[in-house]
Design a protein around this ligand. Structure first.
Ligand SMILES: [Zn+2]
Length: 301
């Protein structure tokens, strides 16, 4: 996978709020030194969005953008080597895909949503959250939140070291944004309230659909272009896509429960098994058609 050094990040697609809270770092980084077991346990329930861990910790949150990542990346030599600039290009590619695919497939206009990069903890429209919950989408403020250190957790702790793991994670979160735009997420919440006994099963369908949407983006990612028509990826191979599938396999509920040392408890699944997550990513990737991602009507997941 190679990004195009000449491609531009869309304005407003990335907001960097790292360090804006002044006294962050109370809890330290979520990886390394101690606390690892706790982190993995947190990830078991929270990994890759949908769920957002809200807490009441006060102070130290990242709140306001401290710099304009888009401009910083534009003026940077060899910017495709910088993690935040690479992420800006991934977000640009994902949103450019949906700007075209949402009207074509669903007859709806896409509404752009920014990704906020934070460190340690952050205040969101959904409450305060910390890095331990993993990346997430907040429907209340229409933003994707990510602490970039999560990628080290994926690589070092969760067995998903491939670089394509990064755009896969972001594309999954933007899948939740698409569900928000289409009203899928709100409908699901209403069904969960009517039938709490099936709440987890509804959550699994929502998560697998987001994986499928990520696959649909992956199908077309190599042809996405920036505002000037420059390709965003100069190289994207099947081997890269396999890294996305591998990532999906490492973060299935059953695999995470095993990794956490507990027994496998299907009633507690909220995101789907490894096999299901891989299968639905593939449905999107092979068809390139987000309409095929209707996990809510599928007879088998
Ligand atoms: Zn999710």
């Amino acid at each position: 996978m190679e990004l195009n050094e000449r491609a531009d990040i869309d304005a407003g697609s990335i907001e960097d709020v790292r360090g804006s809270g002044g006294r962050g770092g109370i809890g330290g980084l979520p990886i390394g030194g101690g606390g690892l077991t706790g982190i993995v346990v947190t990830l078991v329930i929270a990994l890759v969005g949908g769920y957002f861990g809200i807490n009441t910790l006060g102070g130290g949150e990242d709140t306001a953008p401290t710099g304009n990542s888009t401009e910083q990346c534009a003026n940077q030599q060899e910017r495709t080597k910088l993690l935040e600039c690479r992420n800006g290009l991934y977000v640009t590619s994902i949103q450019r895909y949906w700007q075209q695919a949402l009207p074509t497939s669903f007859g709806e206009q896409y509404e752009p949503a920014a990704t906020r990069i934070f460190s340690n903890r952050v205040t969101t429209g959904c409450g305060a959250a910390d890095s331990g919950v993993g990346p997430f989408y907040c429907p209340a403020d229409d933003k994707v939140y990510i602490d970039l250190s999560f990628y080290q957790v994926l690589s070092k702790e969760l067995g998903a070291p491939g670089e394509f793991a990064q755009p896969y994670v972001l594309a999954h979160e933007y899948g939740h944004h698409v569900q928000d735009v289409l009203g899928t997420e709100a409908e699901m919440r209403r069904r969960q309230e009517r039938d709490p006994g099936n709440a987890n099963q509804e959550s699994v369908k929502l998560e697998l659909q987001a994986d499928c949407y990520a696959g649909a983006w992956a199908h077309s990612a190599a042809s996405t272009v920036d505002k000037d028509g420059d390709k965003i990826f100069t190289s994207l191979t099947d081997a890269d896509i396999q890294e996305g599938i591998q990532t999906a396999g490492q973060i299935g509920d059953d695999t995470l429960q095993k990794r956490g040392g507990g027994e496998i408890n299907p009633d507690g699944f909220t995101h789907g098994t490894s096999e299901q997550r891989q299968r639905w990513f593939r449905v999107g990737w092979e068809s390139g058609d987000p309409k095929r991602c209707d996990t809510f009507s599928a007879t088998t997941l």
